[in-house]
Ligand binder design. Structure first.
Ligand code: AMP
Length: 216
C-alpha cells in the first residue's frame, strides 16, 4: 500500500490535482473534506459533530480523522495507491499516519506540496462552486460548468461551499499557516517533500506531478 500526500493551502488545487491523477491512473483520491461533508449530509454522528468546526473553517478533532483513515486502510487492498488530499493537516495527524502506515505495511510519500501565491488562492476560492449532490468541483472562470450554475456530471444546482465565504476563507488560511504549513519541514526532514508550482492550469499541474511520480 502506498500513500501519496498532497499538501498546500486551501485553494492551492489539491483536490483538482488528485482527481486528475486518479482519473489517469489506478490511484484512489481520498479527500477527508469530502468524506466529512458526505458524513454530514447523511447525518452520521461523526458528520454532525464535525459541522461547527467545518463551517467556521477550523480543524475537526484529530481522533475523528484518524478513525476515518484507519477504517479506510482496514478495508483497502494491499496493493492500493492512495492520493491523500487534506490529511494530514497537523503534526499530530502526520505522526498518526506514520503509525497507521507501520501497522498496515504502507509507505507514506512523496508529499507533494502545491505552491500558489496568495492572490491566486483568494481568486480561486472566491470563484469555486461545488455540486452538493455528487461533489464535483467547478470554478466560475477557470473551470466553468457547460451550463451556468448546473453540475455537468449530475445536473444538480451548484452551490458555494459554506466555508468559501470571505471571512471563513481568511480563517482557513490562518489555520493552514499555523497548523498545516509546519508539515512541510516534517516531510522535508523525512526526505519525501516535492514542491510543485501549482499556479498554472490543472492539466499542467497534473502533468508535472505525473512526471516526477514516474521518476522523470
Ligand atoms: P477541505 O475540503 O480539505 O478544504 O476540508 C474542508 C474542512 O473539513 C476543513 O476546513 C476542516 O474543517 C475539515 N477537515 C478536512 N480534513 C481535515 C483534517 N485532516 N483534519 C481536520 N479537519 C479536516
Amino acid at each position: 500500500m502506498k500513500i501519496i500526500v498532497f499538501l498546500g493551502a486551501p485553494g492551492a488545487g489539491k483536490g483538482t490535482a488528485a482527481a486528475r491523477l486518479a482519473a489517469r491512473t489506478s490511484a484512489v483520491h481520498v479527500s477527508t473534506g469530502a468524506m466529512l461533508r458526505d458524513a454530514l449530509k447523511r447525518g452520521t454522528p461523526a458528520g454532525l459533530a464535525a459541522k461547527s468546526y467545518m463551517e467556521s473553517g477550523g480543524l475537526v478533532p484529530d481522533e475523528t480523522l484518524v478513525d476515518m483513515i484507519r477504517e479506510l486502510l482496514t478495508e483497502a487492498p494491499k496493493d492500493a495507491v492512495f492520493l491523500f488530499d487534506g490529511f494530514p493537516r497537523n503534526e499530530k495527524q502526520a505522526a498518526a499516519l506514520d503509525m497507521l502506515a507501520g501497522e498496515f505495511g504502507a509507505t507514506v510519500g512523496p508529499a507533494v506540496c502545491l505552491e500558489v501565491p496568495e492572490d491566486v488562492i483568494m481568486a480561486r476560492l472566491g470563484g469555486r462552486r461545488v455540486c452538493p449532490s455528487c461533489g464535483a468541483g467547478f470554478h466560475v472562470e477557470s473551470m466553468p460548468p457547460k451550463k451556468e450554475g448546473i453540475c455537468d456530471v449530475c445536473g444538480a444546482e451548484l452551490t458555494v461551499r459554506a466555508d468559501d465565504r470571505p471571512e471563513t476563507i481568511r480563517h482557513r488560511l490562518e489555520v493552514y499557516e499555523k497548523q498545516t504549513a509546519p508539515l512541510l519541514s516534517w516531510y522535508e526532514k523525512a526526505g519525501s517533500l516535492r514542491r510543485v508550482d501549482a499556479s498554472g492550469d490543472a492539466d499542467a499541474v497534473a502533468d508535472a506531478i505525473m512526471g516526477f511520480l514516474a521518476g522523470k
